[in-house]
Design a protein around this ligand. Sequence first.
Ligand code: ZN
Length: 355
Amino acid sequence: MKNYKSIYLLTLISLLILLSACSDSTPTTGDTSEKTSEEKVQDNPNPTKEDEQNAENPKAKEGFVLPTEDLQKGDQNDNVIGLQEALIKIGYEIPTTGTYDKETVWAITDLQIQSEDLMITGKYDEATRLVIEDYQDQESTVTSGEGLAYSEDKPLDEETVELSNPFEVLALINKQHALPADYVPADLVFPDVPFPFVEDLPKKQIRQVAADALEELFAAAEQEGLDLYAQSGFRSFETQEYLFASYVSNHGEEEANKFSARPGESEHQSGLAMDVTSPQVNFDLVIEFGDTKEGKWLKDHAAEYGFIIRYPKGKEDITGYQYEPWHIRYVGVKTASEIMERDITLEEYLEELQS
Ligand SMILES: [Zn+2]
């Protein structure tokens, strides 16, 4: 019995080898170049049923396809619906509006906070897509709100609210929109750019996503032979409180608030802003920096790296601050390009998204 079995097995194996050898031995036509699998599929004149099934995205049948393009606050299209449906499927109770709205920003932020490897931006990118796909593949759900509970902005006084989502890269921080007093970004790093001092002071720090972009910006400036220096990035609520109090005692509150922010209202607390300068203005933060070759280049090229000149000339009524050619804020390339090209402010850009 045993012998019969092994003979049968051997015959079967040789048959299989023969078969596979046959299918490989297609006649060559002199073209020995390797073809990619994509080309092979296109070349296949008689696709089998199996080929057709493989070509289809199995997720499409389930009714939610994750978009492969980046999305962010204000985007309005079918891709956003696909994203919202996927987020609902993994446990977020958000509306399917087709607009990348506040709820979508919150869900993405919450997911990013919970996923250790993701940058926390509130924007949908490839890394975030892969994490959502993992949840889908494992058919598991997120503990919604574990990273950031959903809430509305909290009124602090008649004209100012406290941001419910201080993490998102497109957060508006100004005299009407304050950061929570206890907000300290979790991903502060020391960017590898020149500073006019050597000590590792806390103000050298900036959030990871902005640090990466800042390093690229400074590398490009150096390529142009420019002497750009970083001066001051992250500033805690407490430091701002101390600074503002000292300005108030010297200038009075109203005057001080034209050039310095009340605690919670400084972009420096967000870890997304950096003050930059150059030797030509003695490393000071002064309006004359805007007339230096570094200042001019910065205005023309900051957006290519995701930064805006946050307080432009002539926009004091909108931003609430005097012209500051040295203060750059990270918002990402897409938003920065639109703001700088159209010569508008972050206030105007975000206002338009809401209307
Ligand atoms: Zn500044």
